[in-house]
Design a protein around this ligand. Structure first.
Ligand code: FAD
Length: 385
C-alpha cells in the first residue's frame, strides 16, 4: 500500500488531499493507497477574512469550518499536533504519542506569527493576523478620534504581501468617511526601497499613497517600539511617533520542521524546489503554501496553484511514470485581489516569468474579492475552481 500523509489542513493540505483522493480513487477503493491528513485544529480557517473583521464587518464564526466537512470521504483525518518528522524512518510523531508511517509526505503546515519577538509589540501595536487581534484592531479604530496612524511591517517574509498596504488604504478611507481625516496623519513604512517588493505593483501603489496623502517611508525596518515616547524606531535610524500603530508581526515556519532537520533555523522555511515542490532533493517529500522558502507571495492562491503540481508529483510516482501534463511543474503562478479603499480594488496575477500588470483599480475587482471571500468554502478547498 502507498501511504500518503499530509500535514496541515489549510488551503494547501485540504486541496491536495481532495485532488489526490479523486485522482487515486480506484486505487483507494482497492486498498492500494491510503490518504491521511493531520491537522492540529481540526478546523479550516479562512485567514483573508481577518482583514475584514478589522475593516469590513466580518465575523470570526463565519471564517472557520470543520476540516472533516471539507474533505472528500476517502481522506482520513487525524486531529493532533505533529511534533516531529523522522525522515529516515519515514514516520511522523504526534503529540498524542501516535506514530504515523508514510511513503509520501506533504508538508503544508503554514507559518507562525510571533509578535512577542518584538519587545512591547503586544501592549503597543495592533495587527490583523489572527481573528482576535483583528477584533482588537477594530475596537482601537472605533475608539480612534484622530492622530497619527502608522502602518508597517515588522519583518519579511509575511503572509499576503498586499495586506498591510490594503489596510493603510482602507484606514485612510475610513478616516475620511468618519470626518477624522483632517485631524489625522497616515504613514506607511516599507522595509525595502519602494512601496512593494514587485516593481510593477509599486508603480501602481505609489500614486495611490500620494493621492490619499499617505506618507510613504521606505527602508524602514522595524527595530524597536518605545512605549514611553509612543514611537516606532527603524534599524535605519528613523523614528515615527504614533497614536495608533498597526504592524504586521514577524513570521516563521513551524518549530517541528526545524527540530526535525527539514527546515533551517532561524526562519524555518522548507527548502523547496521551485518547479517540482520537492523538499531538499527528497523524491517523496513535498511542500506547498506558506511553509516553503520560495521567493513568492505567501498566499492562499500560491498554495491553490501549487496543489495540483504536488498531486501530479505523487500520482505519477505511484503510477511509476514521469510527471506529465500542465501540472508537471509549478511555474510560480499567483493571483491576488488587492483592495485600494473607496470600494475599489485591482488584481495581481503573475508567475516566475511574467510580473503582474495590475489593472486600474475599479469597483469590479473589489466586488470580485468580496464574492471570492463569500464563496471560498464551496470552491477552493474542495477543488471546485
Ligand atoms: C490577514 C490575512 C490576509 C490574507 N489575505 C490573503 C488574500 O487576500 N489572498 C491570498 O491568497 N492569501 C491571503 N492570505 C494568506 C493565506 O491565508 C495563506 O497564505 C494560506 O492560508 C496558506 O495556506 P497553507 O495551507 O500554506 O497554510 P494554512 O492555511 O495556514 O494552514 C496550515 C495548517 O497547518 C496546521 N498546522 C500547523 N502546525 C501544525 C502541527 N504542528 N501539527 C498539525 N497541524 C499543524 C494548522 O492548524 C493549519 O490548519 C492572508 C492571510 C492573512 C493572515
Amino acid at each position: 500500500m502507498d501511504r500518503v500523509l499530509i500535514l496541515g489542513g489549510g488551503v494547501g493540505g485540504t486541496l491536495t488531499a481532495n485532488l489526490l483522493a479523486r485522482k487515486l480513487r480506484s486505487r483507494i477503493d482497492r486498498g492500494q493507497v491510503d490518504i491521511t491528513l493531520v491537522d492540529a485544529m481540526g478546523a479550516h480557517v479562512y485567514q483573508p477574512g481577518f482583514m475584514y473583521i478589522a475593516m469590513g464587518g466580518e465575523r470570526e464564526e463565519r471564517l472557520a469550518r470543520p476540516e472533516r466537512s471539507l474533505l472528500d470521504a476517502p481522506v482520513n483525518l487525524v486531529v493532533d499536533t505533529v511534533v516531529r518528522v523522522d525522515d529516515g524512518a519515514r514516520t511522523v510523531v504526534l503529540a498524542s504519542g501516535a506514530v504515523l508511517p508514510y511513503d509520501y509526505l506533504v508538508l503544508s503546515t503554514g507559518c507562525r506569527i510571533l509578535p512577542q519577538m518584538i519587545e512591547h509589540f503586544e501592549e503597543e501595536a495592533e495587527h490583523f493576523y489572527t481573528a482576535t487581534a483583528a477584533l482588537k484592531l477594530r475596537r482601537a479604530l472605533d475608539e480612534f478620534k484622530g492622530g497619527k496612524v502608522v502602518v508597517g511591517i515588522a519583518s519579511m517574509p509575511y503572509k499576503c504581501p498586499p495586506a498591510p498596504l490594503e489596510v493603510a488604504f482602507l484606514i485612510e478611507s475610513e478616516l475620511r468617511e468618519r470626518g477624522l481625516r483632517e485631524k489625522s496623519e497616515v504613514h506607511f513604512c516599507s522595509p525595502i526601497g519602494r512601496a512593494f517588493t514587485i516593481e510593477s505593483v509599486s508603480e501602481m501603489a505609489t500614486p495611490i499613497f500620494e493621492q490619499k496623502g499617505i506618507e510613504l517611508h521606505t527602508f524602514f525596518n522595524v527595530d524597536a517600539i518605545d512605549p514611553e515616547r509612543k514611537a516606532v524606531l527603524s534599524l535605519e535610524g528613523e523614528e515615527l511617533p504614533y497614536d495608533l500603530l498597526v504592524l504586521v508581526p514577524p513570521h516563521k515556519g513551524q518549530q517541528f520542521l526545524m527540530d526535525s532537520g527539514l527546515a533551517p533555523a532561524p526562519g524555518g522555511w522548507l527548502p523547496t524546489d521551485r518547479n517540482t515542490l520537492r523538499v531538499g532533493g527528497r523524491p517523496n517529500v513535498f511542500a506547498l503554501g506558506d511553509a516553503t522558502d520560495l521567493p513568492l507571495s505567501k498566499a492562499g492562491s500560491t498554495a491553490h496553484f501549487e496543489a495540483p503540481v504536488v498531486v501530479e508529483g505523487i500520482v505519477s510516482a505511484i503510477e511509476g511514470r514521469e510527471p506529465a501534463g500542465r501540472h508537471a511543474a509549478y511555474e510560480g503562478r499567483v493571483m491576488c485581489f488587492f483592495e485600494v479603499g473607496d470600494g475599489k480594488g485591482t488584481l495581481l496575477r503573475f508567475d516566475y516569468e511574467h510580473p503582474p500588470k495590475p489593472p486600474k483599480p475599479n469597483a469590479l475587482w473589489h466586488l470580485g474579492k468580496i464574492v471570492f471571500n463569500k464563496t471560498y468554502f464551496h470552491t477552493v478547498p474542495r477543488g471546485r475552481v
